[in-house]
Design a protein around this ligand. Structure first.
Ligand SMILES: *Cc1c(COP(=O)(O)O)cnc(C)c1O
Length: 497
């Protein structure tokens, strides 16, 4: 948010006159460091420099709304030039909470300056930090899974799929874990997710898996993000909005081929050939990769898998794709349960998170779960028999019972249907979730008096016992992907070993 802005214009000759008349003027306006720069300048450059500093400090005071005087002193403001020669505030009294942007321009005898003061993002506002309920992400499990899938499939390049807040695992934590684990590229669902990764410092290739609106390609180009070309019409629209001057740095595109997923991608040979040619002819575009997506790779439907693979060959075998173009066909199911149709690159989500996307239908692979969901008991009390627990009084104790309250509920993604399920005490004993799960809290039946602060594991392992995303998915009659992506951003995520 902008805090304030100020503009000031000075006549250079008038400032020079002032300096000549009042010997103290220069040392009043300039700090010692600025004075040294001033002394090194000669002729009209001295006057320009002095007038520029004078005007910029005036502009700062206007932006702050105080004026120079009792509240703000000239010497508190120091302007330096960065390596590119651009001025910036080396020192100003509000540098802890305001960012000062400055511009100084000269024209003839005039110097014009503008200062914009911007509020610093407030890092003190807790979004999800101070809470006795949290998610842990195991770095070593991610590294193990990446290594396992890479070796098992023989793929040269591992593209880590981080869409949807990294399958609910937390984007910042998973980027770090996947990079340490050796991922070569990243895949996300939306342009914003991709830009977010760039802001996070990711230099590796980033592919957007979903269609980006043609109007947005400039933004993708600016951040060097790879976008899919899923039909010829899209390419034509993108060509219209894309500026000619960008030829020195082309827009990276990935051809999406539809072989039977019937979601995005080109279905026919003619359209594919035409689109392929159009990309190659246009120097503003560069084909980065070509891929397809299997619909049944993590099921027993081998026939449909083979049919899609055959279609892929029919569609692409005739294309003269150069060797540096990545081919990526495999998702987790393909990499884990099929002969890898291309050892070039694989796009892996589920398996990297240690999720069995077949939910036990296919042979078990050596994957480690990555995510744990934990919370501390915040209250423990004993109630007598015949006491109802939580909304709707759906649960009534049949004997004196120790009840623990957990500060986590359906708004965190621990859904109401999980009532009757269980969490784990540190020693592995099961504690049943009793009564309705509320928005932010739920209750467990404890085997005895357990101290407040004891950690209950709702997903993960404790004392040799396990609760997996797959277990929860079964109770919720859904798939583990949905369970993980439902975990809300209100839960802090921490990287652990
Ligand atoms: C989500 C997605 C993947 C990753 O799938 P997993 O089964 O989680 O490995 C790969 N490719 C595309 C196009 C996707 O949308």
């Amino acid at each position: 948010m902008i805090f304030g802005n100020g503009i000031d214009i000075q006549e250079i000759s008038a400032v020079e006159d002032l300096a000549a008349r009042q010997p103290n003027f220069i040392t009043k306006i300039l700090t010692n460091t600025e004075k040294q720069t001033y002394d090194q300048k000669v002729g009209k450059h001295q006057g320009e420099f002095l007038a520029g500093r004078y005007a910029a400090k005036e502009a700062y005071s206007k932006a702050l709304g105080t004026g120079l005087g009792a509240d703000l002193n000239w010497q508190q403001l120091e302007i330096a030039n960065d390596e590119q020669g651009r001025p910036y505030f080396q020192q100003h009294p509000r540098q802890n909470d305001l960012i000062a942007h400055i511009s100084i321009s000269h024209s003839g005898n005039m110097v014009k300056t503008e200062v914009i003061l911007e509020n610093m993002p407030n890092t003190e506002i807790p979004v999800s930090v101070n809470r006795p309920a949290w998610i842990e992400i195991s770095k070593s499990a991610v590294a193990h899974n990446i290594k396992f899938v890479r070796e098992f499939s023989g793929a040269k390049r591992f593209m880590a799929i981080l869409k949807a807040n990294a399958y609910g695992h937390g984007l910042p934590q998973m980027v770090e874990a996947a990079r340490e684990g050796g991922a070569d590229a990243f895949g996300v669902a939306t342009l914003d997710e991709a830009i977010w990764l760039r802001h996070f410092g990711v230099k590796e290739p980033i592919l957007v898996l979903g269609i980006v609106e043609a109007e947005q390609v400039k933004l993708a180009w600016k951040h060097q993000i790879i976008v899919p070309v899923a039909n010829l019409a899209w390419l034509k629209s993108a060509q219209k909005v894309f500026p000619m001057e960008s030829t020195n740095k082309p827009l990276l595109v990935a051809l999406a081929v539809d072989t039977g997923m019937t979601r995005i991608g080109i279905r026919t040979e003619n359209e594919l050939q035409e689109t392929f040619n159009a990309i190659n002819r246009d120097p503003r575009f560069k084909l980065h990769s070509i891929g397809m997506h299997f619909a049944t790779a993590d099921t027993n439907n081998e026939a449909y898998f083979e049919q899609q693979l055959e279609r892929w060959h029919t569609l692409t075998d005739e294309l003269e794709i150069s060797a540096d173009v990545w081919r990526h066909l495999a998702n987790s199911g393909t990499a884990l349960w099929h002969k890898n149709p291309s050892t070039d690159a694989i796009r892996i989500g589920a398996a990297m998170y240690g999720i069995d996307s077949s939910q036990g239908a296919l042979e078990k692979r050596d994957l480690q779960p990555v995510l744990s969901l934990k919370a501390k008991l915040v209250q423990v009390k004993q109630v007598e028999a015949d006491v109802s627990v939580s909304y709707g009084a759906t649960y009534t104790t049949d004997q004196p019972t120790w009840i623990g309250t957990i500060p986590l509920g359906y708004a965190d993604g621990y859904l109401r249907k999980l009532q009757g399920g269980y969490g784990l005490l540190p020693d592995g004993r099961h504690v049943e979730i009793i009564g309705r799960i509320a928005m932010d809290q739920c209750m467990v039946a404890l085997p005895e008096e357990i101290p407040v602060g004891t950690v209950i594991t709702l997903i993960g392992s404790a004392g040799g016992q396990h609760v997996t995303l797959e277990d929860l998915a079964e109770r919720l009659e859904t798939i583990p992907y949905e369970v993980a992506t439902t975990l809300s951003v209100r839960l802090p995520r921490y990287l652990v070993d």
